[in-house]
Write a protein that binds this ligand. Sequence first.
Ligand code: Z15
Length: 838
Amino acid sequence: VEASIPEGQRAAWKKFSATEFKTKDEFESEVVKHIETTLARSLFNCDEAAAYGGVALAFRDRLVIEWNRTQQRQSSADPKRVYYLSLEFLMGRALDNAMLNVGMKDVAKEGLGELGFRMEDVISQERDAALGNGGLGRLAACFLDSLATLNYPAWGYALRYKYGIFKQEIVDGYQVEVPDYWLDFNPWEFPRHDVTVDVQFYGHVRKYMDESGKQISVWEDGELVTAVAYDAPIPGFGTRTTNNLRLWSSKASHGEFDFTKFNSGEYEASVAEQQRAETISAVLYPNDSLERGKELRLKQQYFWCAASLFDIVRRFKKSRKAWKEFPNQVAIQLNDTHPTLAIPELMRILLDQEGLEWDEAWSIVQKTFGYTNHTVLPEALEKWSVPLVQHLLPRHLQIIYDINLNFMHYVERNFPKDREMLGRVSIIEESTPKMVRMAYLAVIGSHKVNGVAELHSDLIKTTIFKDFVKIYGPDKFTNVTNGITPRRWLHQANPRLSELIASKLGGYDFLRDLTLLHKIEAYVDDKEFRKEFQEIKYANKVRLAKYTKEAHGISVNPSSLFDIQVKRIHEYKRQQLNIFGVIYRYLELKDMSPEERKKVQPRVSFFGGKAAPGYWMAKTIIHLINQVGAVVNNDKDIGDLLKVVFLEDYNVSKAEIICPASDISEHISTAGTEASGTSNMKFVLNGGLVIGTCDGANIEITREIGEDNIFLFGNLSEDVEDLRHAHTYSGDFAIDPKLERVFAVIRAGRFGDAAQFSALVNSIVEHGDYYLVSDDFASYIDTQKLIDAAYKDQEAWLTKTITSVSRMGFFSSDRCIDEYAEMIWNVEPLAPPKQNGA
Ligand code: Z15
């Protein structure tokens, strides 16, 4: 809807156009105004939550001004835009980030003090926006930050879940899930009740010939659900560019109530329909790297893809360019296969609504989409049953079959000798029921496919997409190694370290060009610098120790070696290897004389992470960790030599406290299973070292920081298959003796009822040890011993950590985004005009 103010009235508008607060007094005035009017609270009724509201609204006003300007600028320049389609955006808190990007945090801090509040307390009032599970969702959030910082015209599209990832409580050592209703006060979203899309489901397809003899398909008699847009501003750092994240919320298409039904006495039925529609965007599916094939999940995916594509096409059509220009105006990135239905949906729009011929439509589609793969784990690869797709999206199934038919012809022509090839690469798996292989559809419908770290990008070419490399050639496949935003993961999480670096580099330019970090390597022998660096690490450990005491009642000594593994709980990530190692350490300590114990390096093993609610083995691992903690932490022989802490409800805002506090963090997946990992980058950037396998981005971290600065162990990915084979088929697969000792004490009930852990132990002893826990155990234990020894030499350790930080420049998500822009999207930044004093 174009509705601009007529020329004659614009002067009045400009005179009263919103302005930004610039001084401390103006800031305070804005905060008080918002608390008193927007929030209707008073001086006598203002707690920290209200103070948070006031500050957030004051900063929001400033963001909105730049947001409007950016959108206006992008509309008139109409450059090629990037659309990042992701079912997850794990944003965390917005206020601190808004203050950093607006650049008025110091002013605000002082002003808040005058009003009677402390900045840290106010910031921590905000609830995390937790619209994601783990790495994939957090990557999407880092990408939005970098896209805005680098001035790319970019939009994120996702769903406005009413419930984000569940909150985790630990009750008697077990995970309990509590719903995360996060929307009761969310100042960062703007409902756009005028931006809606009606999305169709079910129904059937009618085909007929028009006068010219052309086949026409009409999808009719379906059910409609309305998508309503909710927008959130995404500010860049050091730029006025403020991009948009658009979240779709579902509601019944006839509005609040169906009045026909209401009036004819079917009140209940009309409310029920409303609720059914709202269910689509109600809840984030809490599985990370695990697909469960639920109909509602498929509905979510289509609802989101259809609304987003309608919006993108609507924006394109405003420019009145020819359809062949579409790929020059639009780049759509598919974050995993979750948005793959966007491919047949764009085909449907072009064929059925815009009347394009198949070949022209298909060429536009392929040029528009890029697909990022995040896993080779078979249980994470999406497949939808053909009957389900037929029922829910009959027209899309036809289009998928047509895409497949063309593709099969192409393969047949080019590989006439390889008769097996067709069955292997078909989008339709010939099982009962037949399944649609979404990853194949994504590969076929995109012009580029990328993995997220070098090893992973190599692996997809030799495993899951091997045939497609033959078909399309190797250039269709590429690598973009993941990165993290240094704004949140260095400056916000570790302000003192950021300040120390800035003091040496003469400013904060490194937050926009992280490669500048290499200059701090010159200070690796500087006494003062070293001392300050070490003090900062200690202070960050004190902060985590304080949190541990407050949240869990466990006292830990900040002088201990802090060993941390925080990530989703999954067998492939091998938290079980870690806890078995902890048990082994405990047994060794118990064997020692008091004299021997005095020489031991004290250690705290921190764990944190959520298990998918239906993933029993992951829940058993959490239980074991807590049971081990209960025994070890209360053993008088042990004292501070070993503590085990399970940090409840790991999330983005907790990660900001945890990542700066490690001496060692664990990234110990079975080689070849972790596509990249991104917390490995966060920990090293904050002055911690890594114990890890040769997997994912660990390999490139090693290349960048040097192999003396990382503790690698375990079997290599090229040997995994043979080892697994040997477990199953060679008669003499024996459990590592040290691990056997651990199992013996678990079986003896040392950590509670042994039956509770039998499935976990048996997965290794009886069922082939798929994740190679036993194969890697000895090497893991030995490497942990090396770490204890290395930590004793605090000066050498410090040198390693400083050197590592200085070499982490490569892992900025800004570098990734520039790579995507250049290799995949072919988009240019749209810089804001220079403004005096900005
Ligand atoms: C997820 O968080 C990741 C992959 C997936 O297939 C799904 Cl469904 C969720 C993670 C990878 O496990 C991790 O290695 C990677 O760093 C992250 O995506 C971002 O690429």
